[in-house]
Design a protein around this ligand. Structure first.
Ligand SMILES: Nc1ncnc2c1ncn2[C@@H]1O[C@H](COP(=O)(O)OP(=O)(O)OP(=O)(O)O)[C@@H](O)[C@H]1O
Ligand SMILES: [Mg+2]
Length: 293
């Protein structure tokens, strides 16, 4: 699709969203496209120390097996950090710990400099602004693209609030904005089940973006995608960088090469190496355990 068509598609969506909001008796937002950050008034994450995520000496054992072993790692606000490493290195387990799915046996996990994530449950961590994308797409196949995104806005609301929920003008603007970002402006009314694998992945990323996460954790986002979808996903991530902090786990080295600044190599539950992709690719230990000779 040409950028012109995308532009036109986004315009159409925007018109429709404004019409929807007008129907709902909302005031117009003045025509300005909403930034993601306008929408949510969650707890503020204190990043004055230059870190949005901070892990120190984290340990987890499963039946005596040390899946995470004295893991220390931190991420700067707006950073796009890539995580690579062999199967079983602990990459997914690390995300489980950050999102509250798995409790570590010991260690420190902070969101900004004041929020101790180990004191929160999984749904609370999502509400604090940490969004997670699992490998398999989990969109609602029977619903349209629009309805999936609309639903994402309701996710954190109670049952009653959800029943009377309507997309307001600012949310409509943001929805249009996100549709454009995830390349689905022309597929607003398509049933999600009919999208390609890559499009489903983008839709799910869009659903996460609707909740305006400060930190996004993405586990193998391009697995199973075509080369073209992978390229577009790289573009998408590069547009998200800066507005959000991202932690991306991937095995696809050409994808990592396109998007990465700093790459962290995990092995046996701790950091084996860290640096630019070129630096870690030249590291003998990384070649030994992961990249091969
Ligand atoms: N809930 C669990 N119970 C028992 N063992 C687990 C559990 N979760 C993870 N493990 C083990 O911990 C180790 C790390 O697994 P993890 O899934 O984090 O690796 P990974 O780096 O994500 O690997 P991959 O690249 O294959 O996705 C593996 O040996 C795995 O079998
Ligand atoms: Mg994994």
């Amino acid at each position: 699709m040409t950028p012109d068509l995308l532009e036109q598609g986004a315009k159409r969506v925007e018109e429709r969203m404004k019409a929807l909001a007008a129907q709902a008796g909302q005031t117009a937002s003045g025509g300005r496209t909403a930034g993601y950050s306008r929408m949510k008034q969650g707890d503020e994450v204190d990043t004055t120390h230059g870190r949005i995520l901070y892990l120190e000496n984290v340990n987890v054992s499963f039946d005596g097996f040390k899946a995470i072993n004295n893991l220390s790692l931190d991420i700067a606000p707006g950073e796009l950090r890539c995580i690579i490493g062999p199967n079983g290195a602990g990459k997914t387990t690390m995300m489980d710990i950050i999102t509250g799915k798995t409790r570590p046996d010991s260690g420190t996990v902070f969101f900004g400099s004041t929020i101790d994530l180990l004191r929160y449950k999984e749904p609370e961590i999502a509400q604090l602004g940490i969004g997670r994308k699992f490998q398999k797409p989990t969109v609602f196949e029977q619903l349209s693209v629009f309805e999936n995104l609309e639903l994402a806005l309701k996710t954190n609301k109670g049952v009653k609030a959800s029943m009377f929920f309507k997309v307001d003008s600012a949310q409509g603007d943001r929805l249009a904005d996100i549709l454009h970002t995830i390349h689905l402006s022309d597929s607003l009314n398509r049933q999600a089940g009919n999208l390609s694998h890559g499009q489903k992945q983008w839709l799910e990323i869009g659903m996460l973006l609707m909740q305006d996460p400060k930190l996004l954790l993405l586990d193998e986002p391009v697995a199973g995608m075509t080369d073209e979808e992978t390229e577009r996903t790289a573009e998408l991530f590069l547009t998200l960088k800066g507005k959000h902090s991202l932690m991306v786990v991937e095995h696809d080295m050409s994808f990592i090469n396109t998007i990465s600044d700093i790459v962290t190599v995990l092995c046996d539950g701790s950091v084996l190496a860290q640096g630019t992709l070129a630096q870690v690719q030249a590291d003998e230990r990384v070649i030994e355990v992961y990249l091969g000779r």
